[in-house]
Design a protein around this ligand. Structure first.
Ligand code: ADP
Ligand code: MG
Length: 272
C-alpha cells in the first residue's frame, strides 16, 4: 500500500454493522453467554444455530437490549448499545436513549405477538404512528406497501385470528420493517408454524436478504441457512464453537459438537 493510500480515511462501510465483543451474561449463577464475539457486515445474513439452551435467544435479546449484559460490548452501526463510554468507563444510558437505540432494530419472534384486536394494517402502522408520531395517512400508506411486499396486500383489514400462522408471521415481519430498522433479528421465526406454512415465511426473509437487509436469524432451517446465510455460527453452551461460510460449517464441520448437532438435526428432519 502506498503512503497516500494509507492516509485515506477508513472506509465507513468497512466497519461491521454489528460488532459484539466478549459478551457475557448470567442468570443468577447460570452463565448463559461465556464471551460471545460476533461481527455482522452490512447487508449480510448470519444464521445462528445450536442446541436448545445454548444461549441463542439470550444473545439476540442482549443485542436488542431486552437483557442487559454483564460484560463485553455490543455496537450496532457504531453505537455502543445501552451505554456511553467515558474514558473507558461505561455509564448506562437513560431509558429513553435505550428505547431510541432499540427502535433501529427489528425483531421477529417465534410467536407472532400481533395485537389481536387490530387489523393487519393497523398492526403494521401502529409503531410509526404511536412511537414516531407519524400521521395516520402516510403511515397507513407505507403499511399497505409493506403488506404488499410480504404478499398480503389483500389482507389489510383481516384480524390476526383470521390469518394463518404463516400470514401472521409475515405481518409481524412487515410490522418490524415499518420502523425502517438497520438490523433485523429473527428468533426461530418458523418454529411455531405448521410445516406447510414455513416456506412462505422463509421466502419473505430470503427476499429481504436479497434486498440487502442485515439479518441475524436463529433457525434450524438448514436449506435456508445454506442458501441465504453468508455466515453460519454454531453456538453451544454459551460459546461460539465455530463459524464460517455455510459450506464449511454445515458441509464440513470441524468440531465434534457441531457434527453431533447436525447429525441429530438431520435425523430429526427425516424422522420427525
Ligand atoms: N429470564 C431468564 N431467567 C433465567 N434463566 C434464563 C432466562 N432466560 C434464559 N435463561 C436460561 O438461559 C439458558 C439459555 O437460554 P436461551 O438463550 O433461551 O437458549 P436458546 O435460545 O439457545 O434455546 C437456558 O438455560 C435458560 O434456561
Ligand atoms: Mg431460543
Amino acid at each position: 500500500m502506498t503512503a497516500a493510500a494509507a492516509a485515506e480515511p477508513a472506509e465507513p462501510l468497512a466497519q461491521p454493522l454489528v460488532h459484539a465483543v466478549n459478551v457475557t451474561k448470567s442468570f443468577h449463577h447460570n452463565e448463559v453467554l461465556k464471551g460471545i464475539d460476533l461481527d455482522v457486515d452490512r447487508g449480510q445474513v448470519v444464521c445462528l444455530l445450536g442446541p436448545s439452551g445454548s444461549g441463542k435467544t439470550t444473545f439476540l435479546r442482549c443485542i436488542n437490549q431486552l437483557e442487559t449484559i454483564d460484560g463485553g460490548r455490543i455496537w450496532v452501526d457504531g453505537d455502543l448499545m445501552g451505554y456511553v463510554d467515558r474514558d473507558g468507563k461505561l455509564y448506562r444510558l437513560k431509558n429513553k436513549e435505550i428505547a431510541a437505540q432499540r427502535r433501529e432494530i427489528g425483531m421477529v419472534f417465534q410467536r407472532f405477538n400481533l395485537f389481536p384486536h387490530k387489523t393487519a394494517i393497523e398492526n403494521v402502522a401502529e409503531a410509526p404512528i404511536q412511537v414516531r408520531g407519524e400521521s395516520r395517512k402516510p403511515a397507513r400508506a407505507r403499511a399497505q406497501e409493506l403488506l404488499d411486499r410480504v404478499g398480503l396486500g389483500d389482507r389489510c383489514t383481516s384480524y390476526p385470528a383470521q390469518l394463518s400462522g404463516g400470514q401472521q408471521q409475515r405481518v409481524a415481519i412487515a410490522r418490524a420493517l415499518a420502523m425502517q430498522p438497520k438490523l433485523m433479528l429473527f428468533d426461530e421465526p418458523t418454529s411455531a408454524l405448521d410445516p406447510e406454512l414455513v416456506g412462505e415465511v422463509l421466502a419473505v426473509m430470503r427476499e429481504l436478504a436479497e434486498d440487502g437487509m442485515t439479518m441475524i436469524v436463529v433457525t434450524h432451517e438448514m436449506e435456508f441457512a445454506r442458501e441465504v446465510a453468508d455466515t453460519v455460527v454454531f453456538m453451544d453452551g454459551g460459546v461460539v464453537v465455530e463459524s464460517g461460510p455455510p459450506r464449511d460449517v454445515l458441509g464440513n464441520p470441524q468440531h465434534q459438537r457441531t457434527k453431533t448437532f447436525l447429525t441429530r438435526l438431520r435425523s430429526a428432519h427425516e424422522h420427525p
